[in-house]
Ligand binder design. Sequence first.
Ligand SMILES: Cc1cc2nc3c(=O)[nH]c(=O)nc-3n(C[C@H](O)[C@H](O)[C@H](O)COP(=O)(O)OP(=O)(O)OC[C@H]3O[C@@H](n4cnc5c(N)ncnc54)[C@H](O)[C@@H]3O)c2cc1C
Length: 366
Amino acid sequence: MEGGVAACERRAPLRRLTAETEPQKTNHRNRTTESDPPMNEYFTTADGAHHVRPALRTVDVGIVGGGPAGLSAALVLGRARRSTVVIDGGRPRNRRAPHLHGVLGRDGMSPAEFLERGRKEARGYGVQILDGDVIAIEQVEGGFLLRGAYDVLARRVIVATGLVDDLPAIPGLAERWGTDAVMCPYCDGWEVRDRPLGVVATSPMSRNQAQLLRQWTADLTVFGAAEAGIADAELRAFAARGIRVAPPAIEVVGGPGELRVRTSDGEHDVARLFVGARPSPSDALLTGLGCDIHETPMGQVVTTDPTGRTSVDGVWAIGNVADLKSLVPLAVAAGVQSATQINISLLEEEIAQALESTPSGKEAAA
Ligand SMILES: Cc1cc2nc3c(=O)[nH]c(=O)nc-3n(C[C@H](O)[C@H](O)[C@H](O)COP(=O)(O)OP(=O)(O)OC[C@H]3O[C@@H](n4cnc5c(N)ncnc54)[C@H](O)[C@@H]3O)c2cc1C
């Protein structure tokens, strides 16, 4: 699986702090990073090189994953004067797509620019953004230790690691993913409206993708519908709406916007393919912490409340890692929800601590 938890060897080379990653001067009440005593460790990577692990940072919130969900949470937390670190592996799900669509105020922007703006905005409020993978999260006294290229001790953790789209093994498909092979009619349907389109069926749920896509074109072919388990009644509904079916795709060839799908009955011209990719959430850090999971029609997913709070106290999971259907605006909204809840949970802890440190509070607690 691409992304997610990397082996120790892949942490090399370890970067030292740069101007990019240095904490900025802000008015944070809780910033402790600059004054933390160094806790450097040494380790050796597969290539035999010796590395110094940078000193442990201590923050209010550690965010794993700097996609739309993680950066949105970081922005709100930074503005709330919470010391926040984002550690990001740099493989957002839509990185191969040239444009974002359906994102109010940002329609048509490139995903890379969207994230770069988000990083800049979050940094403007003192958020530290570090490039690298978190390989494990350990529960320790006072919070969580995020282990990886950078070690971070955080009172609360947000896991916003997204998901990986597992594509069917059809030659020519993977290299077109994000451009000529896509998954979401809402994101990529408008640009190819009224053109010949194809759906690569992968499960009975591909019925939904095909019937939905029929809104964008009357010239639609579903490849491998029966083989993917789409029921006869659904095939009749395809016919009733003028949706053709064809044998499974064997290979995809052709240039941008002019694809040819090879099947056992010949070649079919389509402008774009919509694929029922299987979503595989990057949730190893969450399951490693013991977070509850549950079954959904799309597979197992970590259980959260509407704010992203998991079954493990202090751990939130947001965006595609916890909501397989989440598009960019929903991931951004989940970031806001989690950030405000985490801030409240920290606040309540601070109120309790303040009370405990006063004589009257100690009496009330006794
Ligand atoms: C081809 C395609 C086109 C799309 N087009 C659109 C569109 O037009 N409009 C729209 O709204 N949505 C679109 N989407 C959906 C969109 O990509 C997702 O909704 C969005 O990326 C979810 O954001 P996220 O923050 O949850 O995850 P992601 O954006 O995937 O970000 C997760 C981040 O976490 C990092 N990460 C993972 N594991 C670790 C780790 N262990 N340590 C550190 N970092 C880690 C990853 O490297 C990544 O940078 C598209 C998706 C695809 C596949």
